[in-house]
Design a protein around this ligand. Structure first.
Ligand SMILES: Nc1ncnc2c1ncn2[C@@H]1O[C@H](COP(=O)(O)OP(=O)(O)OP(=O)(O)O)[C@@H](O)[C@H]1O
Length: 478
């Protein structure tokens, strides 16, 4: 082998070259797995075997042309980068289809290889029909068993979305519920609800369910184009009873994929099949999606998952703490629910960390320990937003003067934004009601309480207003 950079050259001339490469490969696999996630890794990357090194190029072998093309298009650049970081002399990665006698799997598995037949492509022979069986298993719903209706905690902000999801799981394709469009901010339970619907439907054993992120949909589509098998791909998609697409906003700006999705969508709905879609915004706000697609997406049931309330955060924490078997005092739960308001994922992450800590050290969870274990998260949240920032953003949004946040004016055009700012201050900061009141022209804490309940009430009644408040919240948090 001719590797031209000194460090690597000496390394390879003194130790067993093959072993060193295998070690590098294991590290690369481990990094890739962390980057792309378990399912993606198993589906596409466990089939790669190490081939020879020639000059600055390493060859990686794949069992079929389809897999080679896919890995090349999706991971080719990243593989080159990672190899180059591991062995600076390697500057290029060549992906080839393995020939008889070549290694057919990674020489050293990262862990026990338990490639799931339902998710992995069947890549055993170049002559075998390449796409049909692969895509078929590929679009089958791979659901997270933790995301069920039973584990979903229902509260005011998500009760409507939950009821719609339940309804669709009981009676898919009912008039008025097709498509079901779930939308809301990051980490508020959209994926959880979709998986819950899928799990419920699959239990019946009679319904075929496909679930994938919009991103995956696009990659499948591109792969089908590359392998000239778009017809098979379309047929696969159009043969399912229920199609779920998560995070649809990903298709913004991807015109060809949108077009394909639009046709699939129409074919399925026309054939009386159920579509379920999630996104971070309502169909009308997904600018960048074609108008005809947005219109059709809004034709069925559109359900918003609002930002969590304090009460919902407490219920979620209680339920997750109870499931863990670790006793978490209510003071700690309240503290967390006050501090971590952004989304359920973060809240859950913080609680899991506390529980893991308690289990590891066998110590009870206390408020003191919580502040200690979570100090980095708590600091980040404290820093996140100030009342002054909230007042400024809200004033700009409704085009009022900043001084009106503290003025005595009671005209609705001024009073309503002020109430929203108080509401957001309560949601996004850890300030107490009297502290918030003081920042709004020395108002009493009961005025802040009134503002919070008034805004909550209005958000429930008025979707446009709720979206305004939600938008402000997201802007302030970003
Ligand atoms: N109401 C709830 N009850 C129980 N767990 C919840 C609830 N809402 C969210 N979660 C949990 O929070 C985490 C994040 O939820 P999920 O992945 O469904 O969010 P998402 O809205 O799909 O986010 P993203 O926009 O990032 O895709 C999951 O672990 C989920 O189980």
């Amino acid at each position: 082998m001719t590797i031209g950079v000194d460090d690597d050259e000496s390394a390879f001339s003194h130790v067993d070259e093959g072993k060193a490469l295998e070690k590098s490969w294991i590290r690369i696999c481990s990094r890739l797995k962390g980057e792309v996630g378990e399912v993606e890794y198993r589906t596409w990357l466990t089939k790669i075997a190490l081939g020879p090194v020639d000059g600055d190029e390493i060859t990686l072998l794949l069992p079929t042309r389809f897999l080679r093309d896919w890995v090349r298009s999706q991971y080719g650049d990243r593989l080159s980068e990672l190899w180059n970081q591991e062995v600076s002399a390697i500057r290029r990665v060549e992906l080839q289809v393995a020939r008889p006698g070549d290694p057919v799997a990674p020489p050293l598995a990262l862990e026990e290889k338990t490639t799931d037949a339902s998710t992995a492509p069947q890549a055993d022979s170049e002559d075998a029909p390449r796409v049909a069986p692969e895509v078929k298993s590929d679009i089958a719903a791979v659901l997270d068993s933790r995301f069920t209706f039973d584990t979903f905690v229902v509260g005011k902000p998500n009760e409507f979305a939950y009821a719609c999801a339940r309804r669709v799981a009981e009676k898919p394709s009912s008039v008025g519920f097709n498509p079901l469009f779930l939308y809301g901010g990051v980490g508020l339970g959209k994926t959880h609800l979709m998986h819950a619907i899928g799990a419920e439907l699959l239990q019946s054993g009679t319904v075929s369910v496909a679930y994938m992120s919009a991103e995956k949909f696009m990659y499948r589509f591109i792969a089908a184009i590359r392998s000239q098998s778009t017809m098979e791909f379309k047929e696969q998609l159009r043969s399912v009873d229920v199609l779920m697409i998560d995070d649809l906003q990903f298709l913004i700006g991807k015109d060809n994929t949108q077009e394909e999705f639009f046709h699939t969508f129409n074919a399925l709905v026309d054939a009386g099949r159920q579509i379920i879609v999630s996104a971070d915004k309502s169909p009308s706000d997904l600018s960048g999606l074609e108008d005809r697609l947005r219109t059709r997406l809004g034709c069925g049931m559109v359900a918003d998952i609002h930002a969590t309330t304090f009460e919902l955060r407490i219920s979620i924490l209680e339920s997750k703490a109870a499931a863990s078997g670790v006793v978490v005092p209510s003071k700690v739960l309240e503290f967390l629910a006050h501090k971590i308001t952004s989304n359920v994922r973060e809240l859950e992450g913080a609680l899991n960390r506390l529980i893991a800590h308690a289990n590891l050290f066998g110590r009870p969870v206390t408020l003191e320990a919580t502040q200690d274990v979570l100090h980095d998260i708590l600091k980040a949240h404290d820093r996140r937003v100030t009342i002054e920032e909230i007042q400024k953003k809200v004033a700009e949004h409704w085009n009022i003067r900043l001084t009106d946040m503290s003025s005595a004016r009671r005209a609705r055009a001024v009073a309503r934004p002020r109430q929203v700012a108080m509401f957001l201050a309560k949601q996004l900061t850890s300030r107490s009601l009297p502290e918030i009141g003081r920042k709004f022209g020395n108002r009493d804490h009961t005025t802040v309480m009134h503002a919070v309940s008034r805004v909550t009430e209005l958000m429930e009644r008025d979707t446009a207003f709720a979206e305004d408040v939600e938008l402000l919240r997201r802007m302030l948090e970003s």
